[in-house]
Write a protein that binds this ligand. Structure first.
Ligand code: FES
Length: 266
């Protein structure tokens, strides 16, 4: 699939925001899905070889545009940050399992760092039919982006940073002081953050919990098995392997076996 870059700007020296026009893509995209994007402009260039997985940050159905928030961490995203307006760019169709949307519920949306990207599309969609509180955390001020969107599309927004440069000093999970007031919690961000949210909701049967996982991905379509995680299989009661790109990236957070997902951070 191809589209035209209508805007690509640096938000600061860590993050960029790209807007692409493609009616074909936008009409099929759902909150929580992602795409694999080619960071080289020409089909004959293959360094980096692999496309990059990025969560769909927002869509504009009327204009036929969608946006991608990316953190500049390596060669691929550095190249992405240099792509100019009016350039043709190649990417996959919308991939993966989207979030399950609720109606008439009290919802908490919790995001950390670049994990906030898919939560923008999600929050805007949920706000049409639910009461939505947003909890947004980052390491420092540079990680807190696009807050005007959350201000517009939520009932309440709270911010934290580890260094206290914006919002409350500490972790985003410290902001959620009354988890029992929510029917459903959606989260995306660092795995340690997701696990901390899991600890808050795991014994509360009345609170649903959905997470979007950010795994390294090579193919993005379930073929390479490079993005395996482990969940509890309700039917067999055993541990089961699932592919983050194909069965996810959105999972029931209470089914994930967090000690296996977070093992590289332990
Ligand atoms: S990235 Fe290849 S199976 Fe998920």
């Amino acid at each position: 699939m191809k589209g035209v870059v209508v805007d690509n700007r640096l938000l600061n020296d860590k993050y960029g925001l790209m807007c692409i026009e493609s009616y074909e893509f936008v009409k099929n995209a759902k909150p929580g899905q992602f795409l694999m994007i080619k960071t080289q402009l020409h089909d004959y260039l293959y360094d980096p070889l692999l496309r990059r997985p990025l969560g769909i940050c927002d869509v504009n159905l009327k204009r036929g545009t969608f946006s991608l928030l990316y953190m500049i961490v390596g060669k691929g995203t550095k190249l992405l940050s240099t792509i100019e307006k009016d350039t043709s760019i190649s990417f996959s169709e919308p991939l993966g399992a989207p979030f399950n949307l609720t109606v008439d519920k009290r919802v908490a949306v919790i995001g950390g760092g670049v994990g906030i990207a898919p939560m923008i599309f999600l929050t805007k969609t949920l706000y049409e039919n639910n009461s939505v509180d947003v909890f947004y955390g980052g390491a420092e001020e540079k990680d807190i982006l696009l807050t005007y969107v959350f201000e517009k599309y939520s009932n309440n927004m709270k911010i934290s940073t580890n260094d206290g440069s914006v919002g409350k000093k500490g972790f985003v999970t410290d902001l959620v002081d009354n988890i029992d007031s929510y029917d459903k919690v959606y989260a995306c961000g660092p795995k340690s953050m997701l696990k901390a949210v899991f600890e808050q909701v795991k014994d509360r049967n009345n609170i649903e919990f959905e997470v979007s996982l950010e795994e390294r991905m090579a193919c993005g379509v379930g073929a390479c098995l490079g993005c395996i995680i482990y969940i509890d299989d309700e039917k067999t009661g055993r541990m089961k392997q699932v592919r983050c790109c194909a069965e996810g990236p959105v999972f029931d957070g209470k089914q994930i076996i967090w000690d296996t997902v977070c093992k590289e951070q332990l």
